[in-house]
Design a binder for this molecule. Structure first.
Ligand code: FAD
Length: 400
């Protein structure tokens, strides 16, 4: 007999686990599948920053690009509120601390950018304040004397990427969802009740079998695999893949309470609850490609020594005490952004009952993406205007 679900969620990262949890709480019969293990990819490899200010990558391309990126602010505000209550709702620690985030500046150009950015963010409802050097002496004495100002958002902070998605996955199971690892969606066809999807499943001995499942709705929560998965549904879902560098230090007594980002350099750093310091911020790694030049996401991407060194230099220039703290491990994770820095969130055009979310900070924004997706599945009208994030917007722009 064919298995039937209301929703099949494809992807066991944070976004997929959150969507499965929310849809199951709504009473839907949910199956979540992951071709590998829950939290094996970007959601478990990232920096765990909860950043609600516009990031450096969103403002480095100029004011117009920043204005476009700011259109995601309703999702940022929604996510900030959801992270604040998530541990209570999930019933497990997720390492969430929203003790404030600073974006720091070293020169007058960067200060000008911070002031422009703060005004833009405030116009969208994010409470951001620019602190001068005297205020920083009180608030963040660990910063270098070269830092002359910083934008403070009290909502920012961190969560622990190692534990967040698995905890949410357990909550989804407790709410009635079925979760299957080593189950890859490889095919889909329309049926009168929705979709029939084909899953290629691998058991522990490495043997494969095909499983067919019928479902009313499908959620694509597949991170860097979104574009590839979209093709299974004849949908064009363009994303830009990035391989990024992360470094963790050894433990040091707690002295950095904030998420720290830089207004003129690729840098994010924070001290985790285990007292290590996580250093990232967008330094590139080598994305593996196949013989035709297409990204090969199932291969191990490679670290670039210059990126590790550049990232460490940016960290020490900003927080000089880190010079004495040994780095213990660097790694690579792969993630996606959309060409315009806005996420793809919503219904997939031409594939009724199929929904997608990806792009940019889908760890920070995972809760708001998932809330939108669960609402669309349940037929609720979104309370956030989804037009700027329409997954079809690039196809429409390139149409003759
Ligand atoms: C190094 C690094 C640092 C980052 N730092 C931050 C940060 O500090 N803050 C922040 O907000 N964001 C950060 N990001 C981005 C963030 O990690 C991602 O946006 C987010 O984790 C994506 O979550 P996801 O659940 O959508 O995707 P993933 O976590 O990538 O999960 C997708 C899952 O889909 C599965 N899948 C794919 N195709 C199929 C298929 N056909 N069938 C079944 N399963 C499939 C995959 O196996 C995978 O497990 C960072 C990213 C990287 C790489």
């Amino acid at each position: 007999m064919t298995e039937r679900y209301d929703v099949v969620v494809v992807g066991g990262g944070l976004l997929g686990c959150l969507t499965a949890w929310m849809a199951a709480r709504d009473g839907a019969h949910v199956l979540l599948v992951d071709k590998d293990q829950v939290n094996q990819h970007a959601s478990g490899q990232n920096a765990g920053s909860l950043h609600f200010q516009l990031e450096y990558r969103m403002v480095e391309a100029g004011e117009e690009a920043a204005r476009v990126a700011a259109e995601a602010m309703p999702l940022h505000l929604d996510a900030a509120a959801m992270w604040a209550r998530m541990e209570d709702e999930i019933g497990e620690p997720l390492g969430v601390r929203q003790t404030g985030g600073l974006m720091v500046a070293e020169n007058s150009d960067q200060v000008g950018m911070l002031e422009f950015k703060a005004e833009l963010e405030r116009s969208w409802g994010l409470d951001v304040r620019t602190l001068d050097r005297t205020e920083l002496d009180d608030v963040a004495p660990y910063l270098s004397r070269d830092i002359v100002a910083a934008n403070l958002s009290a909502l920012e902070g961190k969560a622990d990427a190692r534990i967040a998605a698995p905890a949410v996955g357990r909550a989804a199971i407790a709410a009635g969802a079925t979760v299957r690892a080593r189950s890859r969606l490889v095919g889909a066809r329309r049926v009168p009740t929705g979709w029939e999807v084909t899953l290629r499943e691998t058991d522990r001995a490495g043997d494969e079998r095909a499983r067919t499942v019928q479902t009313g709705a499908v959620v694509l929560a597949a991170g860097v695999w979104t574009t590839e998965l979209g093709r299974v549904f004849d949908a064009e879902l363009p994303t830009v893949p990035l391989a990024l560098t992360m470094t963790v230090t050894s433990k040091i007594p707690r002295f950095i309470p904030h998420l720290v980002q830089h207004a003129g350099a690729r840098l994010s750093l924070k001290q985790s609850l285990d007292n290590t310091v996580l250093i990232g911020g967008g330094w590139p790694a080598r994305l593996m490609r196949d013989a035709h030049g297409a990204p090969a996401f199932d291969r191990k991407h490679q670290l670039i020594p210059q990126s590790i060194a550049g990232n460490a230099r940016a960290a020490v220039n900003t927080v000089p005490a880190l010079e004495r703290v040994p780095a213990v491990r660097s790694w690579v994770g792969a993630t996606t952004v959309a060409p315009d820095q806005l996420p793809l969130v919503g219904a997939v055009k031409g594939a009724p009952g199929v929904f997608v979310a990806t792009g940019g900070s889908a760890f920070t924004l995972g809760p708001s993406f998932a809330r939108v997706l669960a609402g669309l599945i349940a037929g609720r009208s979104p309370d956030i205007d989804l037009a700027p994030y329409d997954p079809a917007r690039f196809a429409e722009r390139s149409a003759p």
